[in-house]
Design a protein around this ligand. Structure first.
Ligand code: SF4
Ligand code: MG
Length: 339
């Protein structure tokens, strides 16, 4: 037996989704949307064809942040809200790795909101998967920054007062170069969005509406109920008009005040999806249920300078600032003595 030849044969065998499963017992509640996301994610990893050790999953704290235990790659279950900073460090020093941030609405936009914003503006080539279930699940059902107004929970027994954050609009206004939304129970669409995010060069932000059957069941039922979905979901396709409805007879336009309106699908003012128009994407992201169908798909995709490439170009391939340069920097003017 020749061990190196066997190792080569094993390495050249294409990976399957099963290869990305671990021996860990999956500890989410029965029916949780996280299961479907995990399944599609493992399929995408297999189809990307990269070795397992090329992937690093970085999570914060929350139900979704258990993800790294269940995917057979490198993984860091880190601290609350700080996955974007740790992922930035990993990618900056090891740009050849494919780095994923797994986070939730509380972890990503309350505890870690500030860190998220800076990851997005820097355009680090990291893929962010935001599991948005509009509630805190792990800590047993408190209202979160994406919960709707008047949400009654144990931490808001009189109903919440504040307006929810819109993760998509924060991503778009922070300068994310790829922004998409999908839904846990729409497996084919979820797969497509994860694959596109993986292939994008730069920060890719994907909001995944994720049902929490224990603390916020049915939050996205209008998007998954087959009898209603044609009227309540607007699929965004680059170059295609924004039309929806069981008969595909309705379209979305903007009026003179840039307010969205529903018109007949054959109206010449119906918007055509342009992934390179972030300002229009912000207006499309304002389409909210129940007045409008909920848009899913890619809102924005642009190629621009990637942070770690720019960094490497400045500091050299070993990722270190030459000692001489550092010393001269420390010795450069504007120093003072404190007596
Ligand atoms: Fe899923 Fe909700 Fe259970 Fe967390 S609490 S595992 S989000 S069902
Ligand atoms: Mg949550």
């Amino acid at each position: 037996m020749n061990p190196p030849a066997v190792a080569e044969a094993v390495e050249s065998k294409p990976l399957t989704a099963k290869d990305f499963k671990t021996s860990q017992e999956v500890r989410w509640c029965p029916g949780c949307g996280d299961y479907s996301i995990l399944n599609q994610f493992q399929k995408v990893l297999a189809d990307l064809g990269e070795p397992k050790e090329n992937h690093v999953l970085v999570s914060g704290i929350g139900c979704s942040s258990r993800f790294p235990y269940y995917v057979d790659t490198y993984g860091i279950h880190s601290i609350h809200g700080r996955a974007p900073t740790i992922a930035t460090g990993v990618k900056a020093l090891r740009p050849g790795l494919t780095v994923w941030v797994i986070t939730g609405d509380g972890d990503g936009f309350s505890i870690g909101g500030n860190h998220m914003m800076h990851l997005l503006r820097r355009n680090v080539n990291v893929k962010v998967l935001l599991f948005n279930n509009q509630i805190y699940g792990l800590t047993k059902g408190q209202y979160s920054p994406t919960s709707e107004v008047n949400k009654r929970t144990k931490s808001s027994p009189l109903g919440s007062i504040e307006a929810p954050l819109d993760p998509l609009n924060i991503a778009l206004t922070s300068g994310a170069s790829f922004v998409a939304r999908t839904v846990d129970r729409d497996g084919a669409h979820l797969y497509k969005m994860l694959k596109r995010a993986a292939e994008h060069q730069g920060t890719a932000f994907v909001e995944i509406y994720q049902n929490c059957p224990v603390f916020n069941d049915g939050a996205f039922e209008h998007l998954t109920d087959k009898s209603r979905k044609a009227e309540t979901v607007l699929y965004l396709e680059a170059g295609e008009p924004l039309v929806f409805g069981a008969e595909r007879d309705k379209g979305i336009t903007l009026d003179h005040a840039l307010q969205p309106q529903i018109v007949a699908a054959d109206d010449e003012s119906v918007l055509v999806m342009n992934e390179q128009a972030p300002l229009v994407a912000q207006l499309i992201a304002e389409l909210k249920h129940p007045d409008f169908p909920t848009p899913v798909g890619v809102f924005h995709a642009e190629e621009r300078a990637v942070y770690e490439q720019e960094l490497q170009a400045r500091v050299g391939n070993d990722g270190r600032i030459p000692t001489d340069s550092l010393q001269s920097l420390l010795d450069a003017g504007d120093t003072w003595q404190v007596d």
